[in-house]
Design a protein around this ligand. Structure first.
Ligand SMILES: Nc1ncnc2c1ncn2[C@@H]1O[C@H](COP(=O)(O)OP(=O)(O)OP(=O)(O)O)[C@@H](O)[C@H]1O
Ligand SMILES: [Mg+2]
Length: 391
């Protein structure tokens, strides 16, 4: 239902005689309003509970509940008190009756037999007033909702900053002990290497793996907070794209083989170079390839690079043949902590921070990240990095 329909005024006609109702509605048939007809005071009250009326045309003489009694109840109700009431009287009503009607809140009187033109003119005015009041009320409500939304937004953004500050403090504090565990477990591993009689290699490998995982989570939290506060500074140098990709291949070869996933690369022209922060570039690629591996059960992963059409950037890509992402999630996955719920396994492991950090880092290089995906077929992430034309 659109605004025009909801704001179409309604007029309530109340008369115990059906013939009078027909005559009244005939008189109003050319007006742009909904006509509601009822035959008793009780039915009129019921209708008044359900909708707003531009005006109520109320017969005075009705059995059981007469027009005065009905008007009194309408005027005593907070929601309906503003409904304009026009009494319809017969010649038998006395001056006292008319006075009583005005005291009860009537705004006008019409005497039977009704003059169709005169009544239509009157009702038309009330319909117009109703439309204006309705539009003003709506504008007022919109203003209030807008103000409330702005305030909620302001509070949310403050909360967001507070949360990121808390993340930063916690991650910062956690980094020291995790770093120490990492260093000492490596030292322990070296020492135990000299003791073949002690079979503790597997346990130690678990400790070091878990420590590495913790380290990645903490780094992501720190990076997310740093990126949000524009505190990440890049150290951009010129690198050969082929060499960058080769290094990623080496890093992921064993992991892919262990999961029986093929890993292939597509190298650009040997002289293609980009200007990137090397550490951050690997962080981007590692996140994307880790995701590809995490969400691919069979098939392969392809990584590569090619210059963009305008030759200003090089587009790096990571394609997989994994579970894919449905359309409604594609714009959300770059938001911090967003993870797609999987019907079978629920939420995947991880914090849901990887892609938000990746996007922040790509943008910081002046590049853009893109994603295309088809559910059940696979996903393709690509991002651009500034090309380096100088030899
Ligand atoms: N290659 C992909 N295939 C299918 N879904 C993906 C892929 N990459 C990302 N997603 C979806 O996007 C979500 C967000 O990815 P993101 O890397 O930010 O978080 P994560 O991998 O769940 O956790 P984290 O990276 O923090 O360890 C994932 O949870 C997953 O639902
Ligand atoms: Mg990830």
């Amino acid at each position: 239902m659109n605004y025009a329909e909801t704001s179409r005024p309604s007029v309530l006609l109340v008369d115990d005689k059906p013939a009078n109702l027909v005559a009244l509605s005939k008189a109003l048939e050319n007006l742009d309003c909904n006509i509601v007809k009822v035959c008793s005071g009780q039915d009129a009250l019921f209708e008044c509970l359900n909708r707003k009326f531009a005006c109520v045309l109320l017969d005075v003489k009705m059995p059981e509940m007469d027009g005065f009694e009905t008007a009194k109840i309408i005027k005593n109700s907070k929601e309906q008190a503003s409904f304009p009431i026009i009494f319809i009287t017969g010649h038998s009503e006395s001056r006292e009756d008319i006075k009583k009607g005005y005291e009860l809140g009537a705004i006008d009187y019409i005497t039977k037999p009704i003059n169709a033109r005169a009544i239509a003119e009157k009702v038309k005015i009330y319909c117009e007033l109703f439309r204006r009041r309705d539009a003003a009320e709506l504008a007022d409500q919109l203003c209030q909702v807008n103000a409330a939304l702005k305030e909620a937004n302001r509070k949310l953004s403050l909360k967001n900053t507070e949360i990121l500050d808390i993340f930063y403090t916690i991650s910062h504090e956690l980094m020291t002990p995790v770093g120490l565990i990492n260093t000492f477990s490596s030292a322990l591993s070296d020492k135990l290497g000299a003791r073949p009689d002690l079979d503790t290699k597997e346990e130690l490998a678990y400790i070091m793996d878990s420590c590495q995982q913790l380290y990645v989570y903490i780094t992501d939290l720190l990076d997310a907070s740093h990126l949000e506060k524009h505190k990440v500074i890049l150290d951009q140098k010129t690198f050969n794209c082929g060499e960058l990709i080769e290094k990623v291949l080496v890093r992921f070869k064993a992991k892919c083989a262990a999961k029986n996933i093929a890993l292939v690369s597509n190298l650009p022209h040997p002289n293609t170079k980009v200007k990137v922060d090397e550490g951050r570039f690997y962080q981007i690629m590692t996140n994307l390839v880790n995701n590809a591996l995490k969400f691919t059960e069979a098939g392969g992963i392809e990584i590569g690079a090619r210059p963009t059409r305008d030759s200003k950037f090089v587009s790096f890509y990571v394609n997989d043949t994994g579970c894919g992402i449905s359309k409604e999630h594609l714009t959300e996955i770059f938001n911090p902590f967003y993870q797609v719920m999987n019907n079978k396994i629920g939420r995947s492991s991880g914090l849901g921070l990887g892609l938000s950090v990746v996007k922040g880092l790509v943008n910081l290089h002046g590049g853009t990240i893109f994603v295309e995906s088809e559910l059940g077929k696979g996903t393709s992430f690509s991002f651009t990095m500034p090309i380096c034309i100088k030899p």
